[in-house]
Design a protein around this ligand. Structure first.
Ligand SMILES: Nc1ncnc2c1ncn2[C@@H]1O[C@H](COP(=O)(O)OP(=O)(O)OP(=O)(O)O)[C@@H](O)[C@H]1O
Ligand SMILES: [Mg+2]
Length: 173
């Protein structure tokens, strides 16, 4: 199942991220796909704020640190950027598998570089630049295999999407 929405500013993407949080109950592995500057990190600001795990301005790109962690009572949110990680060996040293737990939400930028994440994730969010400030955000409920690394089958979004779309469009007509 795929859903999509177009936002017209970074603020709208953050707002959309906030509403997404309610549909991303952990445990989940989420691949954030899109070119440099597409808006992946911007979306994470909203998701982290939606979980009350961080203020949006405190969420910055893990470009060099590779993994940022934000916690709230409901989630351990890991924002991971694999842009600078090139080999499976380098990936191994990050110990990402050790982050997977009942309370974990892994939001991974550039995860599609590694087939294992593409195969074993719960949700893919694809962001495309369609204009200076316009971004098309598509959400696919399944990755290539129906069982994720977390071992749970996902039935993502069926109930959540209509509310989210209405909410965002309402606030940002
Ligand atoms: N509708 C929009 N949604 C998101 N970002 C937008 C939008 N319009 C403009 N922008 C701008 O685009 C940029 C997105 O940057 P961001 O760091 O989120 O991208 P990214 O996909 O994480 O890139 P990278 O792969 O380099 O980490 C920001 O400067 C943001 O202000
Ligand atoms: Mg980024």
């Amino acid at each position: 199942m795929t859903r999509e929405i177009t936002t017209h500013s970074a603020e709208e993407t953050v707002a959309f991220g906030r509403t997404l949080a309610e549909a991303l109950a952990p445990p989940k592995i989420v691949l954030l796909r899109g070119d440099l500057g597409a808006g992946k990190t911007t979306l994470v600001k909203g998701i982290a704020a939606g979980f009350q795990a961080a203020a949006e301005e405190d969420v910055t790109s893990p470009t060099f640190t590779l993994v940022h962690e934000y916690r709230s009572p409901n989630v351990n949110l890991y924002h991971i950027d694999l842009y600078r990680v090139d080999t499976p060996r380098e990936l191994e040293t990050l110990g990402i598998d050790d982050l997977i737990a009942e309370n974990s939400l892994l939001l991974i930028e550039w995860g599609e570089k590694f087939p294992r994440f593409e195969r074993n994730c719960d949700v893919q969010i694809v962001i495309e630049r369609v204009g200076e400030n316009d971004r098309r955000i598509r959400i696919a409920s399944r990755c290539m295999e129906s069982l994720s690394l977390t071992g749970k089958r996902t039935y993502f979004f069926r109930e959540f999407w209509p509310d989210i779309a209405t909410h965002v469009l309402h606030r940002h007509p």
